[in-house]
Design a protein around this ligand. Structure first.
Ligand code: 2P0
Length: 356
């Protein structure tokens, strides 16, 4: 589908940079088939402030070799430990590019969110890498166009990390085939723009409950869905929740939005707790926050809700019009549950941006 373009330009040195945001899934991707095909469709808000910035300096080799040659710098420091994951990504995407073994790549990357905050950087990180490679290909071929080819970029990013496929454009991206959603695909995500005004400026405050390394990675979590006793019903649930959410996003019904998205967050963690082996990623403080959010919503009627990623941190979702009141609530009632009193204010964003 995305064949490698023929390289027609002779360029010895070329640099390129992109920033890409993280995203927060509302319908969760949890379970997959080889290679990186999701077991159910998912949809996410594209974030704005939590992002990765990556520059690639490509230098033509004097002679092509049969190896990928890369150097990886994170926050200005050479990191050998990042190389295996990126080399595996290069191997996976090699069929879609013809220049990966003819250049030496110096990859410099940096996250804007706190290091080891428990926020996964694989989505934003692979989205930047994919953007850089696709743009390099455009610049090295006659097919150079004004804009980044977002479909190929999303396809390539998926081969790095599933959630990265949804980090390319805003305000939302939808990934995975759904019979009622036109153009939905398993191989790349599509922008979802048919949303009510209230969602266009939706807020996401991420409460950093536990910044430590997760005991069980998402890769293992996806694998454990393979023989999970509830897998079939979970995939059906996500499929149905997606149908319902698409309508809710369009009509702006916040009560129903809350009901579906909180159900998705808890179902995701229920899968972890009921797999074999079973495990728990949320912490007591995660539950304390959820209880407080429910109480606050009941007493104030403010449509504040939560969602969870594969970890203990809590994403608080709410309309922009309630920002002042919600921040006051966080600072008085929730900040004590955050490690070092840390939280990150984010909102819906527009996706990848070229860096000069
Ligand atoms: C999601 N998560 O939809 C779900 C919900 C976390 C919870 O996708 O193995 O890092 O790289 O495809 O994308 C996290 O898993 O997994 C994830 P891989 P990924 O965002």
């Amino acid at each position: 589908m995305f064949k490698p373009k023929e390289i027609t330009k002779v360029i010895d040195n070329i640099s390129i940079g992109y920033s890409a945001p993280s995203n927060i899934a509302l319908i969760k991707y949890w379970g997959k088939y080889p290679i990186q095909i999701p077991a159910n469709p998912s949809i996410s808000f594209t974030l704005q402030n939590c992002k990765t910035e990556t520059f690639i300096e490509a230098k033509k080799k004097t002679k092509p070799t049969n190896t990928f040659d890369i150097e990886v710098l994170v926050d200005g420091k050479i990191r050998e430990d990042f190389k295996p994951k990126i080399l595996k990504f290069f191997e996976r995407v090699e069929p879609y590019f013809s220049f990966l073994k003819t250049y030496f790549f110096k990859i410099k990357t940096h996250n804007t969110f706190p290091h080891s905050s428990g926020i996964a950087s694989s989505a934003s990180g692979f989205a930047t890498l994919a953007s850089c490679l696709v743009r390099l290909e455009q610049l090295l071929s006659e097919n150079e166009t004004e804009n980044l080819d977002v479909q190929k970029t999303s396809f390539v990013a998926r081969l790095g990390s599933g959630s990265a496929t949804r980090s390319l454009s805003g305000p939302m991206m939808l990934w995975g085939k759904h019979k009622n959603i036109e153009n939905s695909q398993d191989e790349f995500a599509i922008p979802h723009t048919d949303i009510a005004d209230v969602f266009k400026t939706y807020q996401d405050v991420i409460l950093l409950v536990d910044k430590g390394q997760k005991q069980v990675s998402s890769s293992i979590g996806h694998e454990l869905m393979q023989n999970h006793p509830f897998a079939k019903s979970r995939f059906e649930q996500a499929y149905k929740n997606m149908s319902a959410l698409i309508e809710i996003l369009n009509n702006g019904d916040l009560d129903k939005f809350i009901s579906i998205t909180e159900n998705e967050a808890l179902s995701l963690h229920a899968m972890m707790m009921s797999s074999q082996p079973y495990y728990i990623l949320i912490k007591p403080k995660t539950l304390n926050i959820i209880e407080q959010v429910w109480e606050f919503r009941k007493s104030t009627k403010i449509p504040l809700s939560f969602t969870l990623d594969a970890g203990a941190n809590v994403h608080l979702l709410f309309p922009k019009s309630h920002k002042e009141r919600v921040l006051e609530f966080i600072n008085t009632s929730l900040i004590g549950y955050c490690q070092n009193e840390q939280y990150i204010c984010d909102n819906i964003g527009q996706g990848v941006i070229p860096l000069s």
